[in-house]
Design a protein. Structure first.
Lengths: 408, 408
């Protein structure tokens, strides 16, 4: 007998019919003798409907009240699933975030979980109940309802699995696992049976949308065994996220290729090469609350230096304005930018022990005439910034160059 | 400065536009220097939508989960109204029933309020907030969400007014007050400026739908000053429900005429006239959980008696079956019934000190050829049961006979 936490997203509970299907699946696990905790999102579309209602009465809605409003979405689905489970003859009981309680800080609409009081849930599980918990929501110490932000239901699932010391946390979604890359770009993309936690973290932060990054971080911190599965496929075993680099033949050097076009590049040319210049450039950016991703600095021969960094594309215009405002002060010759870039990354724990990954990557792109504008590396990933128009091509040729279509 | 509790029904908060109108009205009271607590229902139609969803997954839905589901309706409106109030520059804060907390018993879908912890609300009011509370819902001692049943938002409003010792509890609805009778039946019906609590209780129990009877009982028990107003009319002063029979010229002998066709009549003919026969007839009815309203017994000359009573029309068939099952045992000659009856009542505290009300009523009906089947009286009302087809006629002629179209 195992204790399993299952999290179902909005598409999986989007209609009464689908809720009944989820109940069937839960019943299957229960019949096998497992204890099951289910974490649910709101019905797909419901959160957007509620946000639209809010904006009709307050264009810039108050965040505390936004959480009161949005938390109704999961409250509806947990009641409906509990009913569907009872209709199948199971014992079931729903809990809102406040009822569990899932204690968070008071950062409304993006709260962080501080503690979970798991006593009632454990008692219900021991009494044979399926426990159905509202994802995405919690309660602050004053009793106000909070929400964890978009994708927060994954975090609820992982946090509950950690608190209950569950044997596995299963994230049911509309894809059947983690792929070597997005199959819409590379039809040969292959589902991974396993991926390490570190790789998953890079995949999530570099643009793979399968799991929300905070839930992966949480799983890493509390060593929760995570599995990504499709809620529309009864047979699949999905992708298991592991913590050890298992020493087996399955382990590939490269696990996957992530990409995104969320970023824009800003270049400051011909600034005097003196100590503190990086701070003079990035200080005003930070003060404007703009996050910076990749940073590059090239020292020129004439005592000046060129400075390049990337920001989220939504903040491109704001960042350019900030820098043009300080251009004279820092003595830069020119401030320019490009918001038609893409970031493509190869990821794999295997590259720690294998040289030559970077050169294969750079050679493959060069053979296609794709110019690399920026490079950034970590122990288990290499990212390049290229012209946006080559993004899909780059992903396809790299997928082939690293033989990702074949199981290692 | 007064402390006012305002309750708005589902029609009044049915759209974002109407919610903004409610915010304007609340702002007006706030600007006059009053402290305001607002109690809201769900948007009209929302409760029915949620019930339909529930029945799709569980035809006979679990009551605990039903309450989890239904309570989301008011949670949506309290968040939206709080936002709308803030948009007008007011300080506002929402509370669900659990957050207040409004402690109830655990009779899900028809819970009764046991206690209200009003400390947080009072602190918010003193800090200048408009407090917006979800009607219709509470929380039991284990922390499960409960609901008070249809119309329960009125009860929440009155209970809060009692707990906070509010100066007035204003019930906003889609009519502008309590009328001498339903204006759809008698166009000359007149809005009452005041009505006594006892009269209102009779009006509510005898078919007037303006206020839910439990909320009137609650108001009576805790001496809450209630006012019924229209949420679509800014100028009206509605109807005030008072506790004293004020000794002024305004006080009429008869305040209003109530009517309903919710009942059916059952007659047991020719039962032996012996002690205990009433119990032998009504015992089985009570065991079948059927409520009885009017009861009449006529003793005949031949040592038998005829026994007549009314039940809710929905339970007519069931009641007939029960009695036919025991007919032989109690020795009745015949069990018959009629589900085409109506009850018409004249109500007024003035009849305590005025004779002749009954004779005026009976003469007026006789002049129209309307046969009276049953009569039931209390200190302040006289009800008659007549053939359903004469109901509107009876209401019209009685309204005229008692001069109700003219202010007293």
């Amino acid at each position: 007998m195992a204790l399993i936490v299952q999290k179902y997203g909005g598409t999986s509970v989007g209609t009464p019919e689908r809720i009944k299907n989820v109940a069937q699946r839960v019943a299957k696990f229960k019949m096998l003798g497992h204890q099951v905790v289910v974490v649910l999102s709101a019905m797909s579309g419901e959160t957007n409907r509620l946000i639209a209602l809010a904006k009709e009465v307050q264009p810039n809605p108050d965040l505390r009240e936004m959480d009161v409003l949005l938390s109704t979405g999961e409250q509806v689905t947990i009641a409906l699933l509990s009913m569907a489970l009872m209709e199948l003859g199971l014992k079931a009981r729903s809990y809102t975030g406040s009822q569990v309680k899932i204690v968070t800080d008071n950062a409304h609409t993006k709260a962080r979980i501080l503690d979970i009081e798991e006593g009632n849930i454990r008692a219900d599980l021991d009494a044979g109940y399926v426990v159905v918990v509202a994802g995405f929501q919690g309660v602050d110490e004053k009793g106000s309802i909070t929400t964890l932000g978009r994708g927060g239901s994954d975090t609820t699932g992982v946090a509950l699995a950690a608190a209950l010391k569950a044997d596995e946390c299963q994230i049911y979604t509309d894809v059947d696992g983690v792929y070597t890359t997005d199959p819409r770009v590379v039809p040969e993309a292959r589902r991974l049976k396993t991926i390490t936690f570190e790789e998953m973290l890079e995949m999530a932060s570099l643009g793979s949308k399968v799991l929300q990054i905070r839930s992966v971080e949480f799983a890493g911190k509390y060593k929760v065994k995570l599995r990504v599965l499709s809620s529309f496929d009864d047979e699949g075993e999905g992708t298991l996220i592991t913590f050890e680099e298992e020493d087996n033949m399955e382990q590939a050097i490269i696990s996957g290729i992530a990409f995104n076009r969320d970023e824009a590049k800003i270049t400051v040319l011909g600034v005097p090469d003196r100590p503190g210049i990086a701070y003079q450039i990035l200080g005003p950016i930070g003060e404007a609350n703009i996050d910076v991703d990749i940073i590059l600095q090239n020292v020129g021969a004439d005592g000046t230096t060129d400075f390049t960094f990337t920001v989220h594309r939504n903040e491109y215009k704001k960042a350019l304005e900030v820098l043009k405002g300080v251009q004279a002060h820092i003595g830069a010759r020119e401030v320019s930018g490009d918001d038609h870039i893409a970031k493509v990354s190869v990821i794999g724990v295997g590259m720690r022990s294998h040289a030559g990954i970077a050169s294969t990557m750079f050679r493959t792109l060069a053979e296609e005439g794709i110019n690399i504008q920026m490079i950034s590396t970590s122990e288990i990933k290499i990212s390049v910034v290229i012209d946006e128009k080559y993004m899909e091509l780059a992903v396809r040729v790299l997928h082939k160059a690293f033989n990702l279509e074949q199981a290692a």
